[in-house]
Write a protein that binds this ligand. Structure first.
Ligand SMILES: Cc1cc2nc3c(=O)[nH]c(=O)nc-3n(C[C@H](O)[C@H](O)[C@H](O)COP(=O)(O)O)c2cc1C
Length: 359
């Protein structure tokens, strides 16, 4: 058996103490119901996975009107905070650490999920290569409205509010969702940002919205409890950039001044359209804790951490299907296969019923 011991070293990520380098990637599972409320079922799901070095809870609506997945959770209302409190209490009782991924879905939001409201985005460009799941089935995305410059401070304040709410809910920190073609990422990449004002054009201007969100969230939490997720290569949600590798390396250097708890990098593309090595330039430029993700086996993850290419690896689908993933990796035990049919279905099936390993 290969040497997997690097994955079991503790890691200090800002103020976050991770017992190991096997983190759980954020996974939207749409179990929060129409009111976007975290609940006892979700508490059970996350507590089952508390042996992760850090649990990154799923993308959660920072503000009303930005639902991009039917029945995903929110954190903007006090009832939602009370729902998340069930989750954080259960995870902490099980000895885990948990941060909340806060997001705005941008152009991936749909009027049918948001009381008829047209989605907003940097530019009026629709997602054309996919459909969105709504109460009436899968439907095409709609063309968003380009945000007025004067509206942007209100959205930044929405992220600050979500950060305060996450603190009230008992999380250990927050992860800002800057990945996968949602609002922040839409500003970052030139395929979705064609603005000519202070938030578009050069990469400095395209990153301005992200930097303003980070400043606002750090003002709530302190920098050492704030992480950031990026996916420079991912073409999911119809995303492109003319220079994804250059953007990633440049951003990593600029981000040093925020002294984040960690930077969480998705190294690839769900659809394998945009190729390149973003991990090497980001590692070279970023001076903090680096978490990598996407398609890692335990063996590759251990080698990546042992070589210093990254400090931790976040596992998505493997953690979804294996609540006891660290114990299985340590024992060299087989992994449960994930069932995609239950990724976004309601109820406990395929959510809290994946078995733990027994010899
Ligand atoms: C069902 C499902 C839900 C996901 N939800 C989110 C999410 O809420 N936020 C996010 O940043 N990524 C999300 N992702 C991406 C995963 O975090 C991860 O990047 C992806 O599964 C690749 O990692 P893996 O190869 O270890 O599974 C999701 C992926 C899946 C399969």
């Amino acid at each position: 058996m290969s040497d997997l011991s690097s994955l079991f070293q503790p890691l200090q990520a800002g103020a976050l103490q991770a017992a190991n380098r096997i983190w759980m990637a954020p996974l939207t599972r749409t179990r929060a119901g129409e009111e976007h409320l975290a609940n006892a079922l979700m508490a059970e799901h996350y507590a089952q996975r508390a042996s992760a070095g850090l649990l990154i809870a799923e993308a959660t609506m920072a503000m009303p009107g930005c639902s991009a997945f039917w029945r995903e959770p929110g954190v903007h209302s006090d009832a939602q905070v009370a729902g998340w409190r069930l989750v954080t209490d259960a995870v902490h009782a099980a000895g885990g650490r948990i941060v909340l991924q806060i997001w705005h879905g941008g152009r991936a939001c749909h009027p049918d999920l948001n009381d008829g409201r047209q989605p907003v985005a940097p530019s009026a460009l629709a997602i054309t290569n996919d459909t969105v799941h709504t109460p009436s089935g899968k439907v095409p995305y709609v063309t968003p409205r380009a945000l007025e410059e004067a509206e942007i401070p209100g959205i930044v304040e929405g992220f600050a509010h979500a950060a305060r709410q996450a603190m009230a809910a008992g999380f250990d920190g927050v992860e800002v969702h800057g990945a996968n073609g949602y609002l922040i990422d839409e500003f970052l990449r030139d395929g979705s940002n064609q603005r000519t004002d202070g938030y578009g054009g050069t990469r400095e201007k395209r990153a301005r919205f992200l930097f303003e969100v980070l400043e606002a969230v750090i003002a709530v939490w302190g920098s050492d409890r704030v992480g950031l997720r990026l996916s420079p290569l991912n073409s999911y949600n119809d995303m492109r950039d003319s220079d994804p590798v250059g953007l990633a390396g440049w951003l990593a250097g600029e981000l040093n001044r925020f002294r984040l708890a960690y930077l969480h990098l998705m190294r690839g593309d769900f659809y394998n359209q945009q190729k390149g090595d973003v991990l090497t330039p980001v590692r070279a430029a970023w001076q903090g804790v680096l978490v990598t993700n996407m398609g890692y086996s335990a063996e590759e993850a251990a080698a990546t951490v042992a070589s210093g290419q990254a400090d931790a690896v976040a596992f998505g689908v493997p953690f979804l299907a294996n609540p006891d993933l660290p114990a299985r990796i340590r024992a060299g035990a087989p992994l449960n296969a994930a069932d995609p049919a239950t990724f976004y279905s309601p109820g406990p099936a395929g959510y809290t019923d994946y078995p733990v390993w027994s010899q």
